[in-house]
Design a protein around this ligand. Structure first.
Ligand SMILES: [Zn+2]
Length: 253
């Protein structure tokens, strides 16, 4: 089992360097007792970075996947001196590719806000969202009404981002979450075993269960741009969005 240490609180998502112990070496992978590398899932891509013995050449982490209750880090030998072979019980040091991770945090927070805004203004819910590179897609259960063209939605989203609203994490009981007014705003039901529920709050705007990584305040997302919606089958609509500024306003923890 791997402790997913990035889940704990707002600051945990900003940890870039950590040490952990190797607990298993499945074929082609390494399992640690704890990790700050995000395993691919929930529409968010896996973290990349490096992993190895402290003070020695390190492996590149090229993918991280969940396998049961473990996170499996897929490693590749980098060019140059070969890193020493890892063994169970050894301490290792991990380092995240922060530019990549922080982009995912910005995209993911922007997606929450965009989905919340669409739901509040139209009642249209988000079925699924995925993010990669500097862009993402939000699949809505229905079309945007004519009264909410995509440029108006983009401006409303960016206005809320500029307000720099606090983004916080809390863990509540399943029972408490079921009473929350936005508990039905998403189509995908939470699996029955999820209790307590990890809620991402955007101050005054949204509360949403999520296991991803997010920035601390909406201003850190920067600006987003929306592309024209793409019709999907059965009346659903795909809303593409992207980070529209090149700069990454990182706030290291
Ligand atoms: Zn999220």
């Amino acid at each position: 089992m791997t402790e997913l240490a990035y889940l704990a609180d707002e600051a945990s998502a900003y940890t870039r360097e950590f040490t952990a112990t190797v607990v298993a070496l499945p074929p082609g992978g390494v399992v640690l007792d704890r990790t700050y590398f995000y395993p691919v899932g929930g529409g968010q891509q896996a973290d990349h970075g490096t992993l190895g013995r402290p003070g020695e050449p390190r492996y590149s982490v090229v993918d991280v996947t969940k396998s049961g209750s473990s996170a499996v880090h897929r490693l590749r030998k980098p060019p140059g001196p070969a890193p020493p072979v890892l063994q169970v019980g050894q301490e290792v040091a991990g380092s995240l590719d922060w530019e990549r991770r922080h982009r995912h945090m910005r995209l993911h927070t922007g997606q929450h806000l965009l989905s919340a805004l669409v739901f509040q203004r139209t009642g249209v819910r988000t079925r699924e969202a995925t993010m990669s590179g500097s862009s993402g897609i939000v699949d809505l259960e229905g079309p945007l009404p004519p009264g909410l063209p995509v440029d108006v939605l983009a401006e409303a989203t960016n206005a809320l981002l500029r307000e720099d609203r606090r983004v916080s994490i809390r863990h509540v009981s399943r029972q408490e979450w079921e009473q929350h007014p936005t508990a039905r705003s998403g189509l995908v039901p939470l699996p029955r075993h999820v209790d307590p529920v990890r809620i991402i709050d955007i101050e005054g705007i949204d509360a949403c269960p999520c296991g991803g990584t997010h920035v601390r305040a909406t201003g850190e997302v920067g600006a987003v741009a929306l592309d024209p919606p793409v019709p999907l089958s059965l009346g659903a609509v795909r809303l593409p969005f992207r980070l529209s500024d090149g700069a990454s306003p990182s706030r290291p923890g």
